[in-house]
Design a protein around this ligand. Structure first.
Ligand SMILES: Nc1ncnc2c1ncn2[C@@H]1O[C@H](COP(=O)(O)OP(=O)(O)OP(=O)(O)O)[C@@H](O)[C@H]1O
Ligand SMILES: [Mg+2]
Length: 419
């Protein structure tokens, strides 16, 4: 027997809508009861026969073990659906939530005051947003309602900044840097990150989950088919990182598909606008494929900041100039994209090419250089081989120390912009 709480319900609902079926039609196709499918999709804690799950996975042609059943990761909701787990200091009690709780318990304000022990004026004031509750009173009210105190507070809206990691030279460190910056921002600096993999190679997707290519809701479905990006967001093993996986189909975008798309330049702008309006993340980190093409151009239109990773290689260095030109070209229409800076990675102190590249960067692009460089480190290579972040593999490694400094500088640069 299986229980609906063990099922990945979002995925199950998605599969049905993907096939354009109602629960009644699905039940009919499976020779099952509509009420059973409804109960399963509603997450009711009822036992269902294993054969039902087998039939569903056979019908949708998906791997039952890996996808319909929850893994430890997708046991979690994505961050934007989770309660705000931050400290409640400086936050405001949500008057609507207080009112809803009181109404649900069928209480007048006077009755709630009598039963909870809070004064009537305290309750009136919080419901009209005249004054905030003290933490002590919020505790009393939450415990009277029987809910977690955090549920009483308004979710903090974050100033979401969309950062592109782009350099048209292949192998210039985009993926290893973007995933490690995401991990460092979340694990070390407690920031909330959404990672979007837009590269059909799916290297970053595999870093987050080696089964990533199975997910039918991904960046392609959002960009090309116009599905709400929030439907495509998946939680990850990192508490503060969600991801939108890439798909091999992205490789097809530059062909006929992009030509056929209306408003192609604005597609990613619309996606990023919806994420910014929601304000659930501090940073949206976008990993690019190595090309200066129409698809990447359209993506840059929806980004606020650009980070150019550079490895000790002549072509990776030369591409900096091309990226600067690309930004000017994007800004002819949007004037939104800033160059946050360039990050020099995989630097080896005694290798001549490393020294030359570093000198060139310091001489020609010193104002863009985000210090320090990331030293070449076997820990970085091993971590990447094991699909791990360096902070997971070896927190005290050289590369992680450099990453900590770099992320501090990224945060400072962005914060100083908004002042
Ligand atoms: N500091 C470092 N120490 C050791 N190895 C490093 C360091 N920085 C990057 N690398 C290695 O350099 C390579 C860079 O590849 P990466 O996949 O990150 O580049 P990319 O720009 O994403 O490539 P593509 O253009 O194909 O998407 C990786 O193998 C990575 O492990
Ligand atoms: Mg890459």
């Amino acid at each position: 027997m299986i229980n609906a709480k063990d099922i990945d319900i979002r995925y199950l609902r998605f599969l049905r809508s993907w096939k354009n079926l109602t629960t009644k039609e699905l039940a009919f196709k499976l020779g099952s009861e509509k009420t059973l499918i409804d109960a399963l999709e509603d997450g009711e804690e009822v036992d269902f026969p294993n054969s039902l799950l087998n039939e569903i996975s056979r019908f949708y042609d998906v791997d039952e073990e890996g996808l319909l059943l929850k893994s430890n990761i997708n046991n979690r909701e994505p961050l934007f659906l989770r309660d705000n787990e931050d400290d409640i200091k400086d936050k405001i009690v949500d008057s609507e939530k207080v009112k809803q709780q009181r109404m649900a318990m069928n209480l007048s304000q006077t009755k709630l005051s009598e039963l909870s022990g809070l004064t009537l004026s305290t309750i009136k004031n919080v419901e009209t947003e005249r004054t905030n509750l003290t933490e002590e009173n919020a505790k009393i009210l939450a415990s009277y309602f029987g809910i977690d105190i955090k549920k009483l507070y308004k979710t903090k809206k974050r100033n979401t900044v969309v950062i592109a990691f782009h350099n048209n030279k292949g192998g210039s460190g985009k993926t290893s840097l973007s995933v490690n910056v995401a991990a460092t921002l979340s694990e070390i600096y407690n920031k909330r990150v959404l990672f979007i993999d837009t590269d059909g190679q799916r290297n970053a997707s595999e870093f987050f989950d080696h089964r990533a290519y199975h997910y039918p809701m991904n960046f392609y479905t959002s960009f090309v088919e116009g599905i709400d990006v929030r439907e495509c967001i998946q939680p990850t093993r990192f508490k503060n990182i969600d991801v939108v996986y890439s798909s091999y189909e992205i490789g097809k975008i530059n062909g006929g598909i992009l030509q056929g798309l209306s408003h192609k330049e604005q597609r990613f702008s619309m996606i990023s606008k919806s994420l910014i309006e929601q304000g659930a993340y501090d940073y949206v980190i976008v990993d690019f494929s190595p090309a200066l093409d129409a698809f990447n151009y359209s993506l840059l239109n929806g980004c606020d900041e650009l980070i150019v990773p550079v490895t000790p290689h002549r072509h990776a260095y030369q591409a900096i100039g091309e990226m600067i030109q690309e930004v000017s070209s994007v800004n002819q229409f949007t004037d939104r994209l800033n160059i946050l800076g360039l990050i020099y990675t995989n630097h080896h102190a005694t290798k001549q090419v490393s020294g030359i590249t570093y000198d060139l960067i310091k001489t020609n692009y010193n104002d863009l250089f985000i210090p320090p460089f990331i030293r070449q480190d076997a820990a970085m290579e091993k971590a990447s081989y094991l699909f791990q972040a360096v902070c997971e593999y070896q927190k005290d490694s050289k590369a992680q120390k450099d990453l900590n400094e770099i992320c501090k500088n990224i945060i400072n640069r962005i914060e100083s912009r908004s002042k």
